[in-house]
Design a protein around this ligand. Structure first.
Ligand code: BG6
Length: 394
């Protein structure tokens, strides 16, 4: 049966439609009202948030990056995202009117625990976003939001990442609403999120058949740049991390606008470049075509990720050596769907190389707090137990 041969990593990628729908249902009640538990902050406290400080490691850090765009765009609140291992860089910005959000699938990453503690010492209200509501991070924070990603057995985070990104979007919605914003757009936005299960399912189905040829192309190379703009940037950082961790390909996510200021020098026949050319916010067709022409002139293998359907940019597609076309999606869901082909690609390329995609060996021993009942700290945490403890209210 396929299930026996399917690696845990791929199984967890394919669980995303269901766990995303389950996670959404935990936070959105009748009439699209947000149910986010009891607040570490009352309504007035949420309104008075002057800054959101997010901290995390690895894939969770990339999820935290997605929140920054939404908090600033929708809630008009400044947000700073700090790698927990760099704790202190932005801590001087943290104070009593800061909401400090620690994002961690396991809830056991030592640096993230330390960064949250440092924010608390500065008087910030603290919120943990975890997949295990019994974890040390969940217990250490004033409030806790949980993802319903279910038990994470593969070493590398996939379903935890997308469910984290979803809950962080809902948190941004919640703060925006408390600040009297999103009056005219909330219903449309929350209904778009409501289609996340079917949108992710359709995207996975469409991408699965397209990643094999791309994996074969990349199997002949050791380096790859993945370029994007705006809110798609966290996705190319995360996609590059998956390719590093699971497929041992040196991939680098980079701003498409910045690529021409130096790194272009590295692009050549032995270093393919992938473009995330989705016609959503921040997509400038002319600029992408200029870049594509420049890459072609250097004989750079060009990979295009784009949207299929009426908005397909045929001229740009004709310049690509390989393309992965995603089905149309609501703009708010595009970033979340953009990571899916990279999860599938990393798995296909890793298996093509004969690698163990379930135990890639990218987790430094000792980077996690031991499990209370002696479980191996570097194994993913258990499934969440219990609903969110205290959190932002609805
Ligand atoms: C890394 C894992 O070691 O730890 C990543 O390989 C994960 O997948 C990161 O995102 C942070 O772990 P956590 O549990 O704090 O999200």
């Amino acid at each position: 049966m396929e299930t026996e041969t399917k690696p845990l990593f791929l199984r967890e990628v394919m669980e995303q439609p269901r766990v995303l729908a389950n996670t959404l249902a935990q936070y959105v009640g009748p009439g699209y009202r947000l149910k986010m538990g009891r607040p570490p902050l009352d309504e007035d406290g949420i309104r008075r948030i002057s800054r959101v400080y997010l901290t995390a490691c690895g894939t969770s850090y990339h999820a935290a990056l997605t929140a920054r765009y939404l908090l600033e765009e929708l809630a008009c609140v400044p947000a700073v995202v700090e790698q927990a291992s760099e704790c202190g860089l932005h801590q001087q910005l943290v104070g009593p009117s800061t909401l400090a959000v620690a994002v961690s699938q396991s809830g056991r990453s030592r640096e993230t625990l330390n960064a949250l503690e440092a924010a608390r010492r500065k008087g910030a209200a603290t919120l943990a976003l975890v997949n295990d509501a019994t974890s040390p991070l969940a217990r250490a924070a004033d409030g806790c939001l949980t993802t319903l990603a279910g038990r994470v057995l593969a070493h590398s985070s996939t379903k935890a990442f997308t469910t984290q990104s979803l809950v962080l979007a809902l948190m941004a919605f919640r703060i925006a609403r408390a600040r009297g914003l999103m009056r005219d757009t909330y219903l449309e936005e929350i209904q778009a999120l409501g289609r996340i299960g079917e949108t992710v399912r359709g995207t996975l189905a469409k991408c699965r058949g397209q990643v094999e040829p791309l994996a074969r192309l990349l199997n002949a190379h050791s380096h790859l740049f993945i370029l994007a703009k705006g809110s798609l940037l966290p996705m190319v950082y995360e996609g590059a991390l998956k390719l590093k961790e699971i497929a041992r390909l040196h991939a680098e996510g980079y701003s498409a606008g910045e690529f021409g200021h130096g790194p272009l020098a590295l692009a050549g026949p032995d270093t393919p470049v992938a473009l995330m050319a989705f016609s959503d916010a921040r997509y400038e067709a002319a600029a992408f075509k200029d870049l594509a022409r420049s890459l072609r002139s250097r004989r750079v293998p060009l990979v295009l990720f784009a949207e299929d359907g009426p908005r397909k940019d045929v001229e740009l597609l004709t310049m690509a050596d390989c393309a992965v076309l995603l089905p149309p999606a609501p703009p708010r869901l595009r970033p979340l769907t953009a990571i899916l082909p990279f999860q599938l690609l990393a798995c296909a390329l890793g298996q093509m190389k004969g690698l163990d995609v379930d135990r890639p060996g990218g987790l430094l021993n000792g980077s996690r707090v031991p499990d209370e009942n002696g479980g191996h700290p570097d194994l993913p945490a258990g499934s969440p137990s219990g609903a969110a403890r205290g959190a932002l209210d609805s």
